[in-house]
Design a protein around this ligand. Structure first.
Ligand SMILES: Nc1ncnc2c1ncn2[C@@H]1O[C@H](COP(=O)(O)OP(=O)(O)OP(=O)(O)O)[C@@H](O)[C@H]1O
Ligand SMILES: [Mg+2]
Length: 600
């Protein structure tokens, strides 16, 4: 219920037209009831009943009949029949127009609401911190964004309308039943809680199963994603069969879940039908006796009663079927909301400072850091100063914490304790946007989009003109390559740049950083070794990008290291040595060992 109310809150901006739809629905229901009443009257008329001769109506039933009588006139039976036919036609046409209108409005609202929720969810996800992404499978998020949101759409495009119309229908039929005969109507009322009970129980069970379905389908999506992106490894290890088996097993589990749900959801109609029909037959029997033997009931009342009763079974059935779809939708919505409720964001303080220019220095002061859900401190008491215009090289063994340290500057993560200052303000004081505008990153694992070369290097720099792009290509040593391509700068590079070589990808990501022209550059050199020609090209590109900037380079190449203003040596999350190349060689410590191991 809470979830449903929350979904309804998304309909706020559509309230006005929703009210219109509800009004249309109510008139529809009234016309519908009236048409049944008229059909009852017509049947009684044809069969020679004489209820249409009331002069002084006293009961509500008689008043209603008197009203109908005025509508269709008191002439010959054949004339009354003619009038009835005309009235029925008008009523049927109007009620269908209303039905159509109200459905259309609801569908407009529902689809809008779902689109709103999906956009909101995507926006929310994109704002979540990297820790969230470290601990959540992307396939699970895709499954929620696509499958669960569709689930919500299907559920609510069908159910909201019915949830409004059907209860009104039932109520309206019930009132008419009571008007005709109170005793029999009480008998009818017992159907509602019984059928409600079954619907509720089955609905709850369906909701639980729906949730498991979603999780299972995310699992399947995950296998697909991993298999497709790791296809080379699967092939070389000859694991196609085992992957297929894994996939089949997961699908079998999914099938079982879906099928169990079908077993339940298809049970509802027969159960409700049986309950309804048993009561109906009972009523036909006792009602019939009242008419035939005791004459305590008019025959046309009896006909109307039975017609209304069977007419009422329909909305009851619809309502309980809606419950099935509805519970599916609620389960989907709960998953969607669980992401929306995740508040794992990098918090920006109120009234943050805008930093437009970097003027003096970046300082780390007693910074400790550990990853969420991980006991070990990855950074331990880091103190470091980087002055404007300097190039700082960070070196150290794999896993020493170099990438982690650099990730703290643009606030991908916040320190566990200690502070990082830029120009004497804590990075937490700056608006995230202005802080990140200042910084460019060439990541260790190169990240490229399945788009053209042009869009990849101009990513985030929409205003870059052709000359700037060309200069970036030249500086990144990519110009010759691009000019030789048939589509040039508009060549699509494939998923994560699969159509490019390792060195080309590196240079492309350097070109992207060049176009952004950041004041602070973090360059996490890829460790992949390249042939000497490619290496030289990358090196020249790096030299170009480092010029006249403040650079933190996580360096694996000797040339970059030797030319740095300061070298930071990291080991197990700590800074163990710092100084320039010669100083560190003379120190005869870790750096010297690293140097001898790797470069001589
Ligand atoms: N997202 C993460 N969640 C948990 N632990 C992580 C995460 N990323 C890195 N680590 C751990 O933090 C430590 C430091 O990793 P980091 O990537 O900073 O090393 P590095 O010095 O950049 O190594 P390399 O030279 O291999 O790139 C490692 O022990 C690693 O296992
Ligand atoms: Mg690294």
């Amino acid at each position: 219920m809470k979830t449903f109310i929350r979904i309804l809150q998304f309909t706020k901006s559509y309230r006005a037209i929703m009210i219109l739809s509800v009004i249309a629905s109510i008139i529809y229901v009234l016309l519908n009831s009236m048409s049944i009443w008229l059909i009852g009257t017509m049947l009684a008329n044809v069969m020679g009943g004489n209820s249409l001769s009331i002069v002084n109506p006293t009961t509500l039933n008689e008043h209603l009949n008197f009203f109908i009588q005025n509508l269709i006139g008191r002439g010959q039976q054949i004339d009354q029949l003619k009038m009835l036919c005309i009235l029925l036609t008008i009523i049927f046409i109007s009620k269908n127009i209303l039905f159509y209108t109200s459905n259309l409005i609801m569908s407009y609202v529902q689809n809008n609401v779902i689109t709103d929720i999906r956009v909101l969810l995507f926006k929310h996800i994109s704002k979540l911190s990297l820790s969230f992404f470290n601990n959540t499978k992307t396939s699970e998020l895709s499954s929620i964004l696509i499958r669960d949101i569709s689930g919500m759409r299907v559920a609510f495009s069908q159910s909201l309308q019915k949830l409004i119309v059907e209860p009104i229908s039932i109520a309206s039929f019930l009132i008419l039943l009571f008007i005709i005969d109170v005793r029999f109507s009480i008998l009818v009322i017992i159907i509602i809680p019984i059928s409600g009970f079954f619907s509720y129980q089955i609905g709850q069970s369906i909701r639980r199963k729906s949730k498991r379905n979603s999780i299972q389908s995310a699992g399947i999506l995950n296998i697909i994603k991993e298999a497709l992106s790791n296809i080379k490894i699967i092939k070389i290890f000859n694991l196609e069969d085992s992957e297929n088996k894994k996939f089949k097993t997961e699908n079998k589990k999914y099938f079982n879940l879906i099928f169990k749900k079908s077993i339940l959801s298809n049970l509802l109609t027969p159960i409700n039908e049986t309950i309804g029909l048993s009561v109906g037959i009972l009523l036909i029997w006792f009602g019939g006796i009242s008419v035939l033997e005791n004459q305590t009931m008019q025959s046309d009342d009896f006909i109307k009663f039975i017609l209304l009763l069977f007419a009422m079974l329909q909305p009851i059935r619809k309502l309980s079927n809606v419950n099935v779809v509805f519970q599916n939708g609620i389960a989907a919505a709960e998953r969607v909301f669980s992401i929306l409720d995740n508040d794992d964001k990098i918090v920006q303080r109120k009234n943050p400072i805008h930093i437009g220019d970097f003027n003096s220095s970046i300082k780390f002061k007693e910074v400790d850091f550990k990853y969420a859900g991980n006991e070990n401190m990855i950074l331990d008491n880091i103190n470091l100063e980087i002055k404007k215009g300097q190039t700082i090289a960070i070196v150290g063994k794999s896993g020493a914490g170099k990438t982690t340290l650099s990730d703290l500057i643009p606030r991908f993560y916040d320190p566990y304790s200690g502070n990082i200052f830029i120009d004497n303000y804590d990075v937490k004081d700056y608006s995230l946007k202005s802080l990140r505008s200042l910084i460019g990153i060439v990541t260790q694992n190169i990240i490229l989009f399945n788009d053209s070369i042009k869009n990849n290097i101009a990513y985030g720099s929409k205003n870059a003109n052709d000359e700037e792009l060309e200069n970036a290509l030249i500086s990144a040593n990519l110009y010759d390559l691009v000019s030789n391509l048939e589509s040039g700068i508009n060549t699509i590079i494939g998923e994560n740049g699969i159509k490019l070589s390792g060195g080309e990808k590196q240079r492309l990501s350097i070109a992207r950083a060049l176009v952004k022209n950041p004041q602070i550059l973090i360059l996490d050199e890829a460790t992949a070794s390249l042939d000497s020609e490619s290496e030289k090209k990358v090196h020249d590109a790096i030299d170009n990008v480092i010029k006249d900037r403040t650079v933190i380079v996580i360096a694996h190449r000797l040339s970059t290291i030797i030319n740095a203003d300061k070298i930071i040596v990291m080991d197990k999350g700590r800074i163990v040595e710092q100084g320039n190349h010669l100083e560190l060689i003379n120190l005869d410590g870790i750096y010297k060992k690293l140097y001898e191991l790797q470069y001589s």
